[in-house]
Design a protein around this ligand. Sequence first.
Ligand code: HEC
Ligand code: HEC
Length: 323
Amino acid sequence: MSMVIGIGFLLIGLAVLLVLLGIRAWHIKNLFLRLPPVVLSGLLALVFALIGAVDLIGVYRLDAPRGNPASNLRVTATPDRLARGEHLAHLCAPCHSTTGNLPLDGGTRNFLDGLGTLYAPNLTPGGPLADWSDGEIIRAIREGIDKNGRALMIMPSEDFHQMSDADVQAIVAYLRAQPSVSHVTPPRTVGLIGTLLIGTGLFPTSAQDPITRPVSSPPVAVTAEYGKYLVAMSGCRSCHGPDLSGGRADGGPPPGPNLTRIIPSWSEADFLRTIRTGTDPQGHRLAPDQMPWQALSAAYSDDELKAIYLYLHGLEPTAHEAR
Ligand code: HEC
Ligand code: HEC
């Protein structure tokens, strides 16, 4: 990070120097000799200052500690909680595991390939969470900041922001109960292009607003309401679009098709079979690295998938809008 901070200040320093040069050139008597150096130094100063400032804004967004408080709650591991947590932890496995399955021993994929280094860390007791409090882990999951309050990247806390207290506590109980694996993932580094993307807001960080009130889920039942809750926290929208009418191919997550048009023509059994087997009613095999059906299948019971189906089936069919 110090490298990109250095570049930011260097660019702003160069801009100041160019302004000084421009002021000197202003004193040249002949207008035709004066204008080119003044205009050139002015333009270059503007460009350097802009890039330098956006870079430093990016660094600030990534590294300045956020003030979100962490609760001092201690999660006790009951058998119910552990079972629920183990199910939900499958939602984390596509990123936080060497095998794509449990335990969550840390990912092997560099999410910032070309822009820096970013691996999803080892979440077993053998990884960094060993010296985090339960409240700090809960805050990381739902608010997207690390132990020191620094914004995380790629971690889908926007989706987990609405996760109930009961569910996030179940996950923490399970994380603590995993076998200890000592796999070490490389520390995060972000290059200049990365900080520029973050500085301009094109690449948002995972940081979310503080959660200061109790969060509960709708009653656990085969209802569209409970299905809506599960869809919100399962990340369906990051791929299938904010209104589930199809994702965007912008180099972000894999764009999923328009669920508001597909699901109404499927029966409940069609939907369950597709998520359980990865083969849709037309016989199409879903690419597991694109659509995480194995993780969703492991995370959810039949009743939960039925609730998700009910919710999706009730959505207004929407044409896919090119966003
Ligand atoms: C889309 C991929 C992805 C998914 C899914 C995901 N994470 Fe993450 N997570 C990341 C990445 C990448 C980081 C590292 C972010 C950083 O350091 O900027 C991270 C960081 C974290 C951290 C902070 C760890 C540390 O040492 O700094 C915790 C805790 C965490 N994730 C928990 C979870 C849990 C629990 C789930 C599932 C409920 C989950 N994550 C799902 C990608 C993901
Ligand atoms: C990481 C991105 C991602 C996430 C998260 C995701 N999907 Fe998908 N989904 C896709 C992609 C991409 C496809 C198309 C895969 C293919 O055709 O191989 C797809 C396909 C599907 C299909 C099959 C459509 C068809 O016509 O065969 C269904 C149903 C579906 N997704 C539902 C969901 C639901 C429900 C969720 C959340 C619980 C979800 N998806 C989460 C990316 C995602």
